[in-house]
Design a protein around this ligand. Structure first.
Ligand code: ADP
Ligand code: MG
Length: 313
């Protein structure tokens, strides 16, 4: 029986720059096509850390080149651009992969706005890494010259951080529903969605933030009534005591166990923690819903129950 699946693609599904992304999406398309071929309905969301960082850096340079002519580009617009660019690559690669398998199915990217709370405390505490990794020296220079907030990211180097408020609702959800019901493969909530908040009347204003794609995917999965939320990332399983001699990979855990491991601090904030939080929230949102965290290349094995970290109520 085919399931309705939301797949959240991590950084390794898209690469860190233009040529890397072109190569990476070919592999990503294979993993997604495997699931479509098995009869599942697939809705794709994805991160945009490196891409939105690249776009933002480029737009900043443009403004610096001629401040009279080019006013600064809001971060929400940079997120929208990243959705378009990544959606294009995914549509292109998936179309080709599906046709190569004799599957005739449209792929549609929905530019997606996601509501956030303008009073979310996250606006005062930037946590979301964007852009490429920097050395300590580069990071110090960005802090001094551009006023960036910078953190050390899970032992892999330094990165700029921006505010990351919680997603509340997906503005284009009925559009996503209509396309899924029409049998299309839908790409939505890219980069966590374009963050917007309500102001006067019906106006939605873009926010200077990047929403975590794991949390946005969790909202998306609930709102499209998915059976399964699959978070594809750079590790085959989540672990407790990660990176320590007593590390243990997790295969099958209840939401309750996951909560305990979270409380004990086993998952790094900004990387594995939001995935486990999203998985727990989705698994507990309705009976029968399950979440899976695994490697991109293991999506098919994972959904068959052979690998990955499965989280259920
Ligand atoms: P993505 O781009 O897929 O969101 P992230 O880099 O944000 O990927 O998160 C995945 C990373 O989380 C892994 O590559 C790993 O280095 C790190 N990580 C932190 N804590 C854990 C843990 N407890 N178990 C497994 N991976 C962890
Ligand atoms: Mg991440």
């Amino acid at each position: 029986m085919g399931k309705r699946i939301v797949i959240a693609l991590g950084g390794n599904a898209l690469g860190n720059n233009l040529p890397e992304q072109m190569r990476a999406v070919k592999q990503t398309a294979k993993a997604i096509a495997d699931l479509i071929e098995e009869g599942h309905e697939v809705i794709i969301s994805h991160g945009n850390g490196p891409q939105v960082g690249m776009i933002q850096a480029a737009m900043t340079e443009l403004t610096r080149s001629d401040p009279e002519k080019y006013i600064p580009c809001p971060l929400s617009v940079c997120v929208a651009m990243s959705q378009g660019y990544i959606g294009y690559d995914l549509q292109n690669a998936l179309r080709e992969e599906l046709l190569d398998r004799g599957i005739v199915k449209g792929v549609a990217t929905v530019l997606t706005q996601v509501m956030v709370d303008h009073n979310d405390p996250a606006f005062a505490h930037p946590t979301k890494p964007i852009g490429s990794f920097m050395t300590k020296e580069e990071a110090d220079r960005m802090v001094k010259e551009r006023g960036y907030d910078v953190i050390e990211d899970a032992g892999r180097g330094y990165r700029r951080v921006v505010a990351s408020p919680r997603p509340q609702a997906i503005v284009e959800i009925s559009t996503v529903h209509a396309l899924v019901d029409a049998g299309l493969v839908v790409v939505a909530c890219g980069g966590g969605g374009i963050p917007v908040y309500a102001t006067e009347g019906h106006h939605l204003k873009g926010a200077a933030a990047v929403i975590d794609k794991d949390f946005a995917s969790c909202v998306l999965a609930q709102q499209v009534d998915a059976d399964c939320l699959i978070i594809l990332t750079a590790v085959e399983k989540a672990a407790i005591n990660f990176g320590k001699p007593n590390q243990e990979w997790l295969s099958d855990i209840t939401a309750e166990q996951a909560r305990q491991y979270m409380a004990e601090g086993h998952f790094a904030p900004g990387s594995m923690l939001p995935k486990v939080q999203a998985a727990v929230e989705f698994a507990e949102s309705k009976p029968g819903r399950t979440a899976l965290i695994t490697l991109l290349e293991k999506a098919k094995d994972g959904i068959a129950g052979h690998t990955g970290t499965h989280i259920h109520a």
